[in-house]
Design a protein around this ligand. Structure first.
Ligand code: SF4
Length: 233
């Protein structure tokens, strides 16, 4: 199995009835500003090269962002904020992420999410989180040969990522590492062929955080630079 195969299989997933109904309802009804667009309305796969050294893990696609454009962090405010910060840290070829056809390339970096379908209110249930984890576990396993550094965006993603990291072959220390902006812990490999991985935490670039100034561009850029350096990028 390759990352490309994983992405293709993922887009056909219908394991969560509530999220299948919501993603399709949003795609049918649309937001007025995008009424002439064909919404994606399916699971949104990870974005970036199969030999990434750095992985960013968010939360879930936005109803009118990734669920519309079919690409992670594309076409909404969170994406604008994240891609600009990634570009400032040297991780993308351009500072904007508007559509799946805008020429954006991620450099040595992949972006994914613990839940791949847009949830109502941006809040997946714990059952949905646990159901989707098999995709993240597989993605981590496939990336393991090159993966050296991970940034988890937000505490919810952090809680979802730790069991997936354990299942895909890294040791999670006890007590479990706590999420915080700038949190940094090195995970030892528990599977043959894996290398140690640097795990970083950063606040999620949601509008609750960016509009209030809880997360500034400089704060996110700093974590991304630290993670890129740890990954040898
Ligand atoms: Fe499948 Fe994940 Fe979407 Fe649930 S959230 S339907 S497991 S892709």
């Amino acid at each position: 199995r390759t990352i490309a195969q994983l992405d293709a299989e993922l887009t056909a997933c219908r394991a969560c009835p509530r999220l299948v109904a919501w993603r399709e309802q949003v795609a049918h009804e649309k937001r007025a500003a995008f009424s002439d667009e064909n919404y994606w309305g399916k699971p949104v796969p990870g974005l970036g090269p199969a030999d990434a050294r750095l992985l960013l893990i968010g939360l879930a696609p936005a109803a009118h962002g990734g669920n519309r454009t079919g690409r992670m962090f594309t076409g909404d405010r969170s994406g604008d904020f994240l891609i600009a910060a990634m570009h400032a840290a040297g991780l993308t070829n351009q500072p904007t992420s508007v559509s799946a056809y805008d020429g954006l390339r991620l450099l040595g970096t992949r972006v994914t999410a613990p839940v791949h379908c847009a949830p109502p209110g941006n809040k997946p249930t714990t059952v949905e989180r646990d159901t989707c984890r098999r995709w993240l576990t597989t993605e981590l396993t496939l990336l393991a040969p090159t993966l050296r550094s991970i940034v988890v965006l937000g505490g919810w993603g952090w809680q979802a990522a730790l069991p997936a990291l354990s299942e895909s072959g890294w040791e999670i220390p006890t007590p479990k590492p706590r999420f915080g902006h700038g949190a940094h812990v090195e995970l030892a490999p528990a599977a043959r062929g894996h290398s140690p991985v640097h795990l970083f935490g950063a606040y999620h670039p949601s509008q609750q955080n960016t509009f209030t100034g809880r997360l500034t561009p400089a704060m996110l850029e700093q974590v991304l630079r630290d993670a890129a350096q740890a990954a040898g990028l």
